[in-house]
Design a protein around this ligand. Structure first.
Ligand SMILES: [Zn+2]
Length: 302
């Protein structure tokens, strides 16, 4: 059975009208349960990450300000979320959720996290709704432990994985690749090992062609990562409030299956995280996030 990592405390308490769809995490699990998808996974819950473990990738002072609720007004503005104990708690849980998912993937080939992909978090500050960088934390822990020799972070969220790229600059055990919309947040870009910029308004056909080319390029560049951390952000969808690409539900499903199948066929373990997805209809957003779980099952059983 494929592993699925989730936690009942992943939702973020926010005021109505906030741009971030606060309850999408619990809504995603409800949709997976309703559709008979959840039962086909083996479920796991993470423990909160220890301060010292997070401090292998984040500034200890920054971790303390998150833990103590002493982030400055400007730090909170850049983060885009108000501090609360619930936010603090879920911020320590989610990185270990991605780590647990990656460990399950290394053991069984493929596993999914019902959160994660906080790729705008930097070494000493959070940004764009991202407190700690679960992708960097997970990749670094696993290569440091020797559980993985080489990790690829493939970021298909519509926004560039700038925090990931910057935090991993110079680490040649971890390869960062970001496919994102050319004209979107963040204004100041970082340099991933491979950045692929896609024009605003690109739909399914154009997007999937670029993705196929990128996967071929990755094969040529890095022959076989032990582990792929796949950020399946759904803000590439046509109806997303923040994205500027125009993928349909079919396009999302094809994207996720293409990525997972490509790496599983080559013997790499794949751990998926949900990444970004925005809209006023939380059920719609959560449904889009459910696609990667369906794609994972399809690849694993097909
Ligand atoms: Zn995004």
């Amino acid at each position: 059975m494929l592993g699925l990592v989730t936690h009942p405390s992943y939702d973020i308490p926010l005021q109505d009208g906030h741009q971030f769809p606060a309850t999408k995490f619990s809504r995603l699990i409800a949709i997976l349960a309703r559709d008979g998808v959840l039962d086909r996974f083996d479920q796991h819950q993470p423990e909160p990450a220890a301060r010292d473990d997070l401090a292998t990738v984040h500034c200890p002072d920054y971790i303390d300000t998150v833990a103590e609720g002493t982030l400055s007004v400007s730090a909170l503005r850049i983060l885009g979320l108000p501090w609360s104990e619930v936010l603090r708690n879920r911020s320590f849980l989610a990185p270990n959720g991605t780590l647990a998912t990656a460990r399950l993937a290394l053991a069984n080939g493929l596993a999914c996290h019902a959160a994660g992909g906080t790729h705008h978090a930097h070494y000493d500050y959070g940004a764009g709704y991202c407190v700690f960088n679960d992708l960097v934390y997970t990749a670094r822990r696993l290569v440091d432990e020797g559980a993985a020799g080489e990790v690829l972070i493939l970021d298909c969220d519509v926004h560039q994985g700038d925090g990931t790229a910057r935090m991993l600059q110079g680490d040649d055990r971890i390869f960062t690749c970001s496919l994102h919309c050319r004209t979107n947040y963040p204004a100041r870009r970082a340099m991933s090992d491979l950045d692929v910029e896609i024009d605003k308004g690109t739909g399914d056909t154009g997007y999937l062609a670029v993705l196929a080319d990128t996967l071929s390029a990755l094969t040529a560049l890095r022959r076989r990562p032990d582990l792929v951390l796949y950020d399946a952000g759904v803000d590439v969808h046509n109806d997303d409030r923040l994205g500027q690409l125009s993928l349909s539900h079919f396009g999302l499903r094809a994207r996720d299956e293409m990525v997972i199948r490509h790496f599983r066929d080559r013997g790499s373990a794949v751990a998926t995280v949900i990444g970004g997805g925005y809209g006023t209809d939380i059920n719609e957003v959560a449904h889009r996030h459910s696609i990667v779980f369906r794609a994972a099952l399809a690849v694993a059983t097909g």
